[in-house]
Design a protein around this ligand. Structure first.
Ligand SMILES: C[S@@+](CC[C@H](N)C(=O)[O-])C[C@H]1O[C@@H](n2cnc3c(N)ncnc32)[C@H](O)[C@@H]1O
Length: 289
């Protein structure tokens, strides 16, 4: 017969109390970050967010989420470091090369018909995706009439993006990606190597604008022919995802192109019926309504 006072029950109860306490601490931390600094992580998917926060706690020897919260509220630098940690600034040039190949085949012909092209990379991280797009458009003879707006909430990543300087050790992978993406030149034409880094040629930066923009809290700032947002909304819950789709829908011009990449989809959002697919695998859509 089960007794309510068995050690197993007490352990289960303590675990429940611990997890409820941790949930309260997490909500208070996110609320505090929002009210103090305006960054809103309250609608991020919890498991991944919790993991990132606990990594940060362990790396910095905090006792628990509450002690992290105290430090974050009193110290902007700790807040900035925490945001950097939460933001997962992982990217690469011509990441998922098939997507860029599909862009050449399905989107470039549409763009050729426009007198002027505006592209928004939302959640551009350290900019590798943006330089890749500039190279592709240059090769297609479209870069001169294009303006690329590249935004992220992580100011540290944006600084790196603006510098155009990347680690030389990654160039082998980037060259392979570039070729798989349909690149036909020598990739090394686009950068100059110096010690352990490469710097991309300044002409690529000519039509790029980098700016801080938070998809959870900031509004639309222009009208675009193309919006790319890859590997960003996978970290959001359904509510925030819908909010961002509303923002993208109102920011896209008539027949504008939305690119989500293979890991995301417009299905299961409130916006699926407003687009038609140009590539069902790479999740490239065209706004029809
Ligand atoms: C994994 S990276 C993806 C970079 C690039 N799009 C790619 O696919 O290679 C995710 C980026 O989304 C940014 N991000 C996350 N939440 C954001 C938000 N609310 N507003 C703007 N950017 C956000 C992060 O700072 C990070 O740089």
């Amino acid at each position: 017969m089960t007794s309510w006072n068995s050690p197993e029950d007490e352990n289960a109860l303590m675990n429940l109390v611990d997890s409820e306490r941790e949930q309260i601490e997490l909500e208070l931390l996110l609320e505090g970050m929002h009210r103090m600094y305006g960054h809103d992580f309250r609608n991020y998917a919890t498991p991944s967010l919790r993991r990132r926060i606990w990594n940060f706690i362990k790396m910095n020897n905090f006792r628990n989420i509450s002690s992290l919260q105290e430090k974050v509220l009193h110290d902007r630098l700790t807040f900035d470091r925490l945001v950097h940690n939460i933001s997962i600034p992982v990217t690469e040039m011509f990441r998922d090369p098939q997507l860029f190949k599909s862009f050449r085949e399905n989107v470039v012909p549409i763009l050729r018909t426009y007198p002027y092209i505006r592209i928004w990379h939302a959640g551009c991280s350290t900019g590798e995706e943006v330089y890749s797009m500039a190279i592709l458009l240059y090769e297609e003879g479209l870069y001169d009439k294009t303006r690329i707006y590249a935004t992220d909430m992580n100011s540290q990543s944006l600084k790196q993006a603006q510098s155009g300087i990347f680690g030389i050790e990654k160039m082998k992978l980037y060259t392979k990606n570039y070729i798989e993406a349909g690149g036909s030149r020598s990739f090394s034409e686009y950068y100059t190597a110096k010690y352990n880094s490469v710097i991309f040629k300044p002409f690529l930066q000519k039509n790029m604008i980098f700016a801080e923009h938070n998809l959870a809290t900031d509004r639309s700032f222009n009208e675009f022919n193309v919006i790319l947002c890859r590997n960003v909304m996978i970290y959001f819950n359904d509510k925030l995802r819908d909010h961002v789709h509303e923002l993208f829908h109102e920011s896209l011009s008539r027949f504008g192109v939305l690119i989500l990449g293979s890991k995301e989809s417009i299905q299961h959002t409130n916006y699926g019926s407003l687009y038609e697919p140009l590539d069902r695998v790479e999740k490239i859509y065209r706004k029809i309504n």
